[in-house]
Ligand binder design. Structure first.
Ligand SMILES: C[S@@+](CC[C@H](N)C(=O)[O-])C[C@H]1O[C@@H](n2cnc3c(N)ncnc32)[C@H](O)[C@@H]1O
Length: 334
């Protein structure tokens, strides 16, 4: 029973935007990666096939009744992060250029996913100019902007949010170190510290547009609808045909889905639409933006097919009537 409660708690914490607390408890923050498991028979550290051992040879799951709490938590986190890694690989496997921008990037787990995915598919050869942006407060709570402060105060008064991410103080220096340690495209990685209100400025966007830059992949992992709203409003004119967009709370947090519907509706004014690509477990979803190209209509004559379908339907109906009449006849004959 205790085990059940702990695992359910992970989901609840994630929905409340407190997943980093879970990660801290698990020792998942920063560059360290997954902690070792307590069970002798299953050890996550350094064992890349560990999760696969939960499955029988034909793909169904083994009983997990004997697992320790730590094992369950490890499996749960492994599965969730693996799904996000696969979303990065999905986007990189068919990339069309443009900058990578992550909104809500603490710990740089998902940020580094994309650097690796970009490297695996050798996208640098095709797009050597791509920049990788990570927007986050990175543990720093203060802002000099009164409007931003009012937003933060409002968020904190409902259900504390930002304060949870500032318990470890200013984390920018160690995040810069994570990028360095990762060893990929360091000079093109930009960690932008501050609240979205302050960092996602008009000037920055203007500069991007003037330089002819666009967003190739917008990765949103900022928990609350209020934060998603700011990002949607800012990225609107920077998204282009074949840009990807990932929403980490799309399937889970009420409000995020609604804002995204509104966002996609507004994209129509730019002749763009959105197509769903895949989920990340039960929480996130990846989409791609399409240009609404006007095509010649398909030249398929449906008249003959419709007439044939109609004949078949009539034949089936009379067959059914015949069978019913036969059954009735037999019933009467006793
Ligand atoms: C779940 S964490 C991101 C985790 C990260 N994507 C990873 O998996 O490595 C969410 C982050 O979003 C940041 N965030 C949310 N809203 C923000 C805002 N309005 N301005 C700046 N950062 C924000 C929080 O500070 C927090 O660090």
């Amino acid at each position: 029973m205790r085990k059940q409660i702990r695992n359910t708690a992970v989901g609840v914490l994630k929905r409340a935007g407190l997943a980093p607390m879970v990660k801290s408890l698990m020792g998942l923050n920063g560059a360290a990666g997954l902690n070792g498991s307590s069970a002798a028979k299953i050890n996550f550290r350094g064992d890349h096939h560990c999760f696969d051992r939960y499955f029988k040879h034909h793909g169904t799951m083994k009983s997990t009744a004997a697992l320790s709490d730590q094992d369950r938590m490890d499996a749960c986190l492994f599965y969730q992060y693996r799904e996000k890694s696969e979303c990065a690989l999905t986007a990189a496997s068919s990339y069309y250029g443009g900058d990578y921008m992550e909104f809500g990037a603490l710990d740089l787990n998902t940020f580094r996913n994309f650097l690796s995915a970009y490297d695996i598919f050798r996208l640098d050869e095709q797009y050597p100019d791509t920049r990788f942006y990570a927007f986050d407060i990175f543990g720093k709570m203060e802002t000099a902007n009164a409007e931003t402060q009012a937003f933060v105060d409002k968020m904190e008064s409902s259900l504390p949010y930002f304060s949870k991410f500032t318990l470890r103080g200013d984390l920018l220096p160690e995040h810069l170190e994570y990028v360095k340690q990762h060893g990929l495209y360091e000079s093109r990685c930009h960690l932008v510290q501050g609240y979205f209100h302050d960092t996602l400025s008009k000037d920055f966007k203007e500069r991007m547009l003037q330089e002819g830059r666009c967003i190739g992949f917008a990765f949103l992992d900022c928990n609350r609808p209020e934060n998603y709203k700011i990002v949607f409003e800012w990225i609107y004119d920077l998204m282009g045909v074949n840009s990807y967009i990932y929403l980490d709370e799309y399937l889970q947090v009420p409000g995020v889905h609604e804002y995204f519907e509104e966002f996609t509706e507004k994209l129509k004014a730019r002749d763009l639409s959105v197509t769903y690509i895949r989920n990340a477990a039960g929480f996130g979803a990846l989409f791609r933006i399409w240009g609404n190209e006007i095509q010649e209509p398909l030249e398929i004559d449906t008249t003959a097919a419709a007439a044939l379908a109609c004949t078949r339907r009539e034949e089936k109906q009379s067959e059914l009537k015949r069978k019913l009449a036969l059954r009735e006849e037999r019933r009467r004959a006793g």
